[in-house]
Design a protein around this ligand. Structure first.
Ligand code: DX5
Ligand code: ZN
Length: 216
């Protein structure tokens, strides 16, 4: 059976009404809650950190998917797991010792994902694919919500699928950036298992309905 999971990104939520937005996601058909952490160094933007994680942990009933867009993520993964992260994804480009960091995340009891920026080739994952629980393909340059989807991602999904199969990996494929009602079906069709959607969910009048529609 094909997996079709939706992970709304909290980056596009209303931070003045964070509890309300998390409750909406709890009621919705969202599968995961995507948490974008940015440090102003790995990416040219700063989002939020542990105090917001605490609020998420308190209110969310969903699987918490943390996307770390930070340098030296190994310094913070344990704290994110202690604060409720079920999955922690780190950027290939931010990890000098990727294998060690992936093992650290799993040893601390969470699922581990590796993220590729749009210009990083899938083949860089050849020697880690068997160990990871998820590959996150960035379909925009990380740092901001509401950007335009990069079409080359379809090719990367196919390459990731091939790599997973040839290595007997159980990794899921997640796509993040510019996902909307127009491309969601095509992305699942192409082999994506999990789609992140920020703007497409939170900019609509009925986010719960949009989440439903992203799955069909
Ligand atoms: C971008 C973040 C994304 C972002 C997606 O750096 O990693 O998760 O919130 O937002 P949309 O869906 O609006 O492109
Ligand atoms: Zn993200």
């Amino acid at each position: 059976m094909k997996t079709k999971l939706i992970a709304p990104s909290l980056l596009s939520a209303d931070f003045g009404n964070l509890e309300r937005d998390i409750e909406m996601l709890n009621r919705s058909q969202a599968d995961w809650l995507h948490v974008d952490v940015m440090d102003g160094r790995f990416v040219p933007n700063i989002s939020f950190g542990f105090p917001v994680m605490k609020a998420i942990q308190k209110h969310s009933k969903k699987f918490v998917d943390v996307h770390l867009m930070i340098v030296e993520p190994e310094k913070y993964v344990e704290e994110f797991i202690n604060q409720g992260a079920d999955l922690v994804s780190v950027h290939y480009e931010a990890c000098v010792h990727l294998h060690r960091t992936i093992n650290l995340i799993q040893d601390k009891g969470a699922k581990a994902g590796v993220v590729l920026n749009p210009a990083t080739p899938v083949l860089m994952l050849e020697d880690i694919i068997a160990e990871v629980d998820l590959v996150l393909l960035m379909s925009v340059n990380p740092g901001f919500g509401g950007q335009k989807f990069i079409e080359n991602t379809y090719k990367k999904i196919a390459e990731t699928k091939d790599l997973i199969i040839s290595n007997n990996s159980t990794a899921l494929i997640q796509v993040d950036g510019g996902v909307n009602l127009e491309n969601a079906g095509k992305l699942f069709e192409a082999g994506a298992d999990v789609l992140v959607a920020g703007n497409a969910v939170f900019s609509t009048e009925n986010p719960e309905r949009t989440i439903e529609l992203l799955k069909v």
